[in-house]
Write a protein that binds this ligand. Structure first.
Ligand code: PLP
Length: 371
């Protein structure tokens, strides 16, 4: 008998319903639904403590948070970034009138390769926007060193790296700013949501003004800002989910370790193990099928789909190959990114994924290898 249970690539974490209802009940007293209400302020305080930072600004989603940082820094010119990411990273840069310049990635952890950054810098370069892709931390020291020497801002897309630490230092503390996404599919979610952590102490006020139409006082509007505030219902969801987060990550760890046990060392299969000194969050399970595997990434994807198991070709295509950017970039200039994008598959990964299901997924994956 085939087991026909559908497995998607991810499954959102949710608190017990009664816990959420208790959390939102006071809103029926206050009638204060958004605009930095009580839940919003409480979630900010709890996240500051969880992430080990003095300051955080919450947003309606991660993408708006990233756009808002670029806006509030009043950047102009070129921004060096990675083509190996979700659409949001480059779209934010382009939508803010900046010009993305793509550096290549490292073959071991798929983050931006510092050695490919420097030759791309010219007098128009204003910033670097690296991505802690899959929760793998970028080479933060080398990137900061380059930025310092060339007086560039560093804004991390840390959408995947909530809670990740390097020798105890929170991923929220690297660069001039770090953006987190709290989208339903992320390790920590507020349904939709996002946040920015930053180095400059006064930056919170600026971000809060930019995310609220540029309003700076009762009768003063000083920036052409947008609207990107997190509402009270999303903040309440965050407060509940944060209580369960350490358990969720512990469960993800067991899932990840089972995958690695089964797949690591198989011929032509490359997994991504946490590096020395890193406290991971087990956000994703990327697997790269090299040519020695004897079968393609697409064949593995199809074999899983036949059993109603839905992996994702994440990140394929490269952003530089998107239709909306046709004719603007040459993805062959980032050969490592191109190689990985053509061979990567992210396997189902979430806290409640059963070990038996991981085994079933691994059996199907390994059955595709040539003898
Ligand atoms: C999810 C994600 C974003 C955008 O976050 P939203 O909260 O969905 O707007 C940005 N960058 C990366 C790498 C992401 O995965």
């Amino acid at each position: 008998m085939p087991d026909n249970k559908q497995i998607l690539v991810t499954r959102s974490s949710m608190p017990p319903l009664d816990e959420y209802v208790a959390e939102i009940a006071p809103l029926w007293e206050s009638h204060w639904l958004t605009n930095m209400g009580e839940k919003h302020r409480e979630l900010e305080r709890e996240l500051e403590s969880y992430l080990g930072v003095d300051d955080i600004a919450l947003f309606v989603n991660g993408h708006s948070a990233l756009e808002c940082v670029l806006e509030a820094m009043q950047l102009k010119g070129k921004v060096i970034t990675t083509p190996y990411s979700f659409a949001s990273t480059t779209h934010a840069i382009v939508r803010k009138g900046l010009t993305p310049v793509f550096a290549d990635i490292k073959p071991d952890d798929y983050t931006i390769d510092p050695s490919s950054i420097e030759s791309l810098i010219d007098e128009d370069t204003c910033a670097i926007v690296p991505v802690h892709v899959y929760g793998n931390l970028c080479d933060v020291e080398a990137i900061q060193d380059i930025a310092d020497r060339h007086h560039l801002k560093v804004v991390y897309d840390a959408a995947h790296a909530f809670g990740v630490r390097l020798n105890g230092a929170s991923s929220a503390t690297f660069g001039d700013a770090a953006m987190f996404s709290f989208h339903a599919t992320k390790v920590f979610n507020t349904i939709e949501g996002g946040a920015v952590c930053f180095r400059e102490p006064g930056f919170r006020t600026k971000l809060n003004q930019w995310k609220n139409f540029g309003i700076t006082g009762e009768e003063t509007v000083e920036y052409v800002g947008g609207n990107a505030k997190m509402n009270e219902f999303c903040a309440a969801m965050g407060i509940c989910n944060l209580r369960h987060l350490d358990d969720e990550i512990a469960k993800r760890k067991m899932v990840a370790e089972r995958y690695w046990e089964r797949l690591d060392g198989a011929r032509g299969v490359r997994t991504c193990l946490p590096k020395e000194g890193v406290t991971p969050n087990y956000a994703y399970m990327p697997v790269v099928f090299e040519d020695e595997f004897g079968s393609t990434r697409d064949a593995v994807f199809d074999a899983l789909a036949e059993q109603d198991i839905h992996a994702r070709k994440y990140f394929y295509p490269l952003i530089s190959d998107y239709g909306c950017y046709a004719g603007r970039f040459d993805s062959s200039a980032t050969p490592v990114a191109k190689h990985v994008a053509a061979r990567v598959l992210t396997l189902p990964m979430y806290a409640d994924l059963a070990v038996e299901d991981v085994d079933r997924i691994c059996d199907i994956v390994l059955s595709q290898a040539s003898e």
